[in-house]
Design a protein around this ligand. Sequence first.
Ligand code: HEM
Length: 496
Amino acid sequence: QPSRIPKGARLPPGPKGKPIVGNLPDIPPHHSWLKFKSWADEYGPIFRLKIFGRNHVVVSTEKIANDLLRERGNLYSSREQLPMAAQLLSRNLRPLFLPYGELWRRGRKVMHTLTMHAAATSYQPAQIWESERMLHDLLRAPDKYELYFERYAGALVIRLGYGKRMETGEEPYAREILKVVRTVERVASPGQYLVDTFPILMYLPTWLAPFKREAARLNAAELKLFRELLYEVKDKMREGKGPKCFAKTFFEKQAEFGLSDDEGAYVIGTLFEAGAGTTAAALMSFVLCMCHSPEWQKKLQKEVDDVVGKDRLPEFEDIPQLPTVRAVAKETLRWRPVTAGGVPHELIKDDVYDGIFFPAGTSVHANQWAIHRDPELYPDPETFNPERWLSPKYPTYREPLDKFPNLQNYSAFGFGRRICPGQNIAENSIHILIARMAWATHISKKPGVDVPLYDYTTGFNVQPRPFAFDLKPRSAAKKTMIDTIWESNKDTDPLA
Ligand code: HEM
């Protein structure tokens, strides 16, 4: 490659690697973003890693991430085609892994139609309904918070995707979906399969390649599930009963979208894996933040009390008047990002930025952990401080406060053309749930029991491992009100 470097350009700096394996031995298998952050402190906001001959570049400021991934989106919007995850398991149909091209563009258009601002607003009744069920159950059994957050987020996507009501999350189809999610997480984790490191193994005949047989089995299982869910809606539509949902919109506009049934099945089927765990993880981190920051919980509660009063629950119409709610949401995702290492984008053509050369095929990681700790943008970055979104003293402050802060175009949701298409829906969920939890509940550490600052799960999207805390209703009257509301709404269909 050095021969390809244009005159005057240079390669990015980076830690020295070993022959063949490159930097692999120095990258921790879990929470690699922490190590990437310390390398950024040493080598600067753009540094290079090599893993088995592949180029990786890690970017550690928001500006550079936007300059590359957004401003040069025509170059920096592809994904690495991992043989096992993208090709064999997903048969090149999973939108998250699709290369930048025609199929991705068509799938993305479907997602955009289904999740853009106006559409997202029309789903608010489902979020209200799910939030009532969540609060009702959470106040009864706070130690099951993980279950209730996951059910909230999972049931929402299932309702939006297929018009189905998820009761417990234990239904056979729900178990199947969870299996699919776990499989993708496992298969896509770096280093799981030799074929990802040595793509030449793809040429092995199936009888010599157990990974191909395994992938074929896993692919058949997920495709069957996605088809069943989709065709269930089609069958209902034939009877003239199709509930309003993504699958119905897909069939109504299928010709215009230009996607086959299986392509559509993947677009809708994989929303669960992208949208359920991530939203639940953000809520778990919110609880963690409240345990560590009682003073901000107090401010939250005061704001909600002042704006909403005691006699009704917060509604979506209140959100513009609740800047502290929005600031706490944004600060939670800054301090404890869900997709902490970012989802890498692949560069499709040689490029030079600021005198630095990146060859085509480079995997570009916008490391959220480091971006969110850039002291220029976030003074005193290790402190959970929602004030940085509320006071003109801070570089991240923006007016007007009935609009900002919000979660739009926020690094926590990625960058450029690949930016999370679910961000409007996620934003609505997180805002309404924080507002309603602040109104109804009080969260605190259990006396004498510490809550670890960063004891998080491993993987792509991370959440705090289960921790003990107290959660109590703020008053008996509020608890009764939630019970009454839930009793009267539980048998209704919010999207009917
Ligand atoms: C707190 C919640 C969420 C977080 C933190 C989050 C974060 C992200 C991030 C960082 C990416 C990668 C962006 C990039 O490549 O630059 C992404 C992609 C994606 N997200 Fe989300 N997300 C959330 C919720 C959702 C929801 C609710 C949905 C669906 C309803 C969703 C659907 C997707 C899809 C389909 C992609 C793949 C887009 C593509 O590759 O073109 N996400 N998300």
